[in-house]
Design a protein around this ligand. Structure first.
Ligand SMILES: Cc1cc2nc3c(=O)[nH]c(=O)nc-3n(C[C@H](O)[C@H](O)[C@H](O)COP(=O)(O)O)c2cc1C
Length: 180
């Protein structure tokens, strides 16, 4: 028997649409910037993805409804942190509007380009804004990577509206290891 298919939803997106999208497992990032008056700002993001190796480009999409939307849209740089499995509390704090994101519970310092750098992540990418695309209720931000660091370690995963911290891994076969 054929699986039941669903038409894409009319706006606003339905719960079913969000549920289907959530089947796509992703890592979890925390992206920081500074507002025009220099205050630190940041949010939890799973729309982050790589775009190009040469030049080194990445993208993510920011919701127009986010309180830090204007800060990200107008900033001179943003810093993507790929979160570790033990940074779940941080992911939840930075996904909560109005939370004390840069208070004593968050270990951070001034990083490259003066951007807030959060300790303990598995990788980070400091980016300068390159282009923006208005799409629906989000804006896609493309950035050029200016500096990066890949410490490695156990990543935090998001799947089906759940955090996953324990992974069963298998190595990629050698013929697939070349860059694509
Ligand atoms: C796992 C996860 C992934 C998220 N990914 C995004 C995203 O890609 N883009 C976005 O705009 N919001 C995303 N959010 C929601 C924001 O983190 C949340 O709305 C946050 O409160 C925004 O911060 P602000 O309103 O203080 O700016 C995500 C939330 C979670 C829990």
């Amino acid at each position: 028997m054929q699986a039941k298919t669903q038409a894409p939803p009319a706006a606003p997106a339905t719960t079913e649409f969000r549920k289907a999208l959530a089947q796509y497992a992703t890592g979890v990032t925390l992206i920081t910037t500074r507002t025009r008056d220099g205050a630190p700002a940041g949010m939890t993001v799973n729309s982050f993805t790589s775009v190009s190796l040469d030049p080194p480009l990445v993208l993510w999409s920011v919701a127009r409804s986010a309180s830090s939307f204007e800060a990200f849209r107008r900033c001179s740089g943003w810093l993507v942190h790929v979160l570790a499995g033990d940074q779940l509390a941080l992911a939840q704090r930075f996904a909560t509007r109005g939370a004390d994101k840069f208070g004593a519970a968050t270990a951070w310092a001034e990083g490259p380009g003066g951007l807030p750098l959060i300790a303990g992540c598995v990788a980070w990418f400091e980016c300068s804004p390159r282009s923006q695309y208005d799409e629906g209720d989000h804006v896609i931000l493309v950035g050029r990577v200016q500096s990066f660091h890949g410490a490695g370690g156990n990543p935090l995963i998001f799947h089906g509206s759940r955090w996953v911290t324990d992974l069963a891994e298998a190595p990629l076969p050698r013929q697939l290891l070349k860059p694509w």
